[in-house]
Design a protein around this ligand. Structure first.
Ligand code: MEV
Length: 302
């Protein structure tokens, strides 16, 4: 059986779709899948989740790539997490399926090979996406990701002195629609949007350095700058703003939306001593605190 983690995007959303960098961490929500060959004529999927499109596509693309029989594979989703919070359940399930198929067939793909196939699966189902979530599910830890996977670098990250708090808006975001809205804005105001992306790139590159230096106050400032750019792109929402303002007022070093925007989650960076205050403020503003552990291991056999 193989398991792969979900993700939390720390900085760089939307710009990453256009090849700019982002920083993403793997989290303690995992998809566990086993695959075996049953020698029967069709593929079977035993699933606790309703949407098995990614599993089916992963079996199709994986069997083709590795010259395996296209039928007779039985995939069982042994452990899953819902797509409610925007934690990357689709990319995790895709990576876990491909990896479990490789294991069942005695193949040992490299991370890069697995990434290429999993990204292909996600793009063929969703049509859009940067692939950062696929990379997080494979590499794990915290990574600096750029250019559709052409650059993936580990960001050594010690969370001991700080906390990232995750607040859920209770509104489900529609990633594809939000990506399309940004694309429309980019067509209408190409120079303005390009400038925003370049600003995001600058702060993501600086954040990579500051995280390693443990300059958390500056990382918080960079998160705030990132949120301003996301607001300009039009992907924030009133509820996200409410939670972000509440977190900042309660003493967070920085706060921003995480992921596509529109809803889903916001994240706040705080010193350990402020954790409770900030959590209470987010809850009072109508958010749900979602406990999340970061920097988790990438795809692995269990
Ligand atoms: C969604 O979690 C993040 C986006 O940048 C989309 C993507 O990178 O695939 C909006």
């Amino acid at each position: 059986m193989v398991s792969a983690p979900g993700k939390l995007l720390l900085l760089g959303e939307h710009a990453v779709v256009y090849g700019y960098p982002c920083i993403v961490t793997a989290i303690d929500r995992r998809m566990a899948i086993s695959v075996k060959n049953t020698q029967i004529a069709t593929n079977g999927i035993h699933s606790a989740i309703n949407n098995t499109t990614f599993v089916e596509k992963a079996l199709e693309i994986g069997t083709k790539a590795w010259n395996l029989p296209s039928n007779g594979w039985e995939a069982a989703i042994e452990k899953s997490f819902p797509n409610t919070y925007g934690f990357g359940s689709s990319s995790a399930v895709t990576v876990a399926t491909l990896s479990a198929l490789a294991e069942a067939a005695g193949k040992s793909p490299t991370k890069q090979e697995l990434f290429g196939l999993a990204f292909q699966v996600v793009l063929s189902v969703q049509g859009v996406g940067s692939g950062f979530d696929v990379a997080a599910a494979i590499w794990g830890g915290t990574i600096f990701y750029k250019n559709k996977g052409q650059l993936i670098e580990e960001v050594p990250f010690d969370e001991k002195d700080v906390s990232f708090i995750v607040g859920y808006t209770d509104i489900k975001a529609d990633t594809t629609t939000l990506i399309q809205e940004v694309a429309k804005k980019k067509r209408e105001y190409p120079q303005k949007v390009e400038k925003i992306f370049q600003g995001i790139e600058k702060l993501v590159v600086e954040a990579k350095q500051r995280i390693q230096e443990k300059d958390w106050e500056r990382v918080g400032r960079l998160m705030d700058f990132n949120q301003e750019y996301l607001r300009d792109l039009g992907v924030s929402s009133q509820k996200l703003e409410d939670l972000i303002v509440a977190a900042k007022k309660a003493g967070a070093w920085g706060a921003k939306l995480s992921g596509a925007g529109g809803g889903d989650c916001m994240i706040a960076l705080v010193g350990k001593e402020k954790r409770e205050e900030v959590e209470t403020a987010i809850t009072k503003a109508g958010g749900e605190i979602v406990p999340v552990k970061m920097n988790e291991e990438g795809v692995k056999t269990i």
